[in-house]
Design a protein around this ligand. Structure first.
Ligand code: AMP
Length: 186
């Protein structure tokens, strides 16, 4: 169903070894399910863990990185493909073009920016694709509460909120993204 999943996640490790392990396992799961990863191309932090997990399990990882960030430390040296673009704006556009579904794992403001860009594109009907949130260890709980508050206060349609598929289990999230892709195509 889904051939290519765009994954947004942290360029750092954060404070939880468990989240690093979960991220690596999510990469391996996508390899097992034959789903290519499109991501920011980084080799460090959760981005690196995701890519390593997928590559070590025989999967395919496509990075999209701005030229200014392509140094040995930042770009993943083993990525299957690396698209080098000129700006952060071009990166987001290219990542969106290369994938047929999107999801966010724990991350910082870069991850938030990317997640909300795709959710806004769905809201404005520029994009009609599944979007998921892997809520590892309840990381996204306060963000989810904020979205629900926006709905209650009339700033967000429930239908847009409901397009964000939230799961704590990676397998379940991939199943739901696939079901959503099938429903959107029907
Ligand atoms: P953050 O959540 O702030 O750590 O930012 C991570 C997100 O922003 C990723 O999904 C990337 O697409 C992008 N990004 C930020 N920093 C880097 C980096 N050093 N290398 C590659 N991508 C990055």
């Amino acid at each position: 169903m889904i051939k290519s999943l765009c994954v947004f996640c942290a360029a750092r490790d954060g404070d939880s070894p468990e989240i690093v392990v979960t991220t690596r396992a999510f990469g391996a799961l996508l390899a097992k399910r034959n789903i290519s990863i499109v991501y920011g191309g980084g080799g460090l932090g959760l981005m690196g863990a995701l890519a390593d997990g997928c590559l070590d399990a025989g999967g395919r990882v496509v990075g999209v990185i701005p030229e200014s960030m392509v140094t040995k430390e930042l770009a993943h040296p083993r990525a299957t493909e690396m698209h080098v673009v000129q700006s952060m704006a071009q990166r987001k556009t290219r990542m969106m073009e290369l994938a047929d579904a999107y999801c966010a794992l724990p991350g910082g403001i870069g991850t938030l920016d990317e997640l909300f860009e795709v959710l806004t594109a769905v809201q404005l009907k520029f994009l009609d694709a599944p979007i998921g949130l892997l809520n590892s260890g309840g990381f996204w709980d306060s963000q989810i509460a904020m979205l629900d508050m926006m709905v209650q206060r009339g700033f967000l349609f429930q239908t847009t909120r409901d397009r964000l598929l939230i799961e704590t289990d990676g397998e379940r999230l991939v199943d739901r993204l696939s079901e959503c892709a099938r429903d959107l195509r029907a």
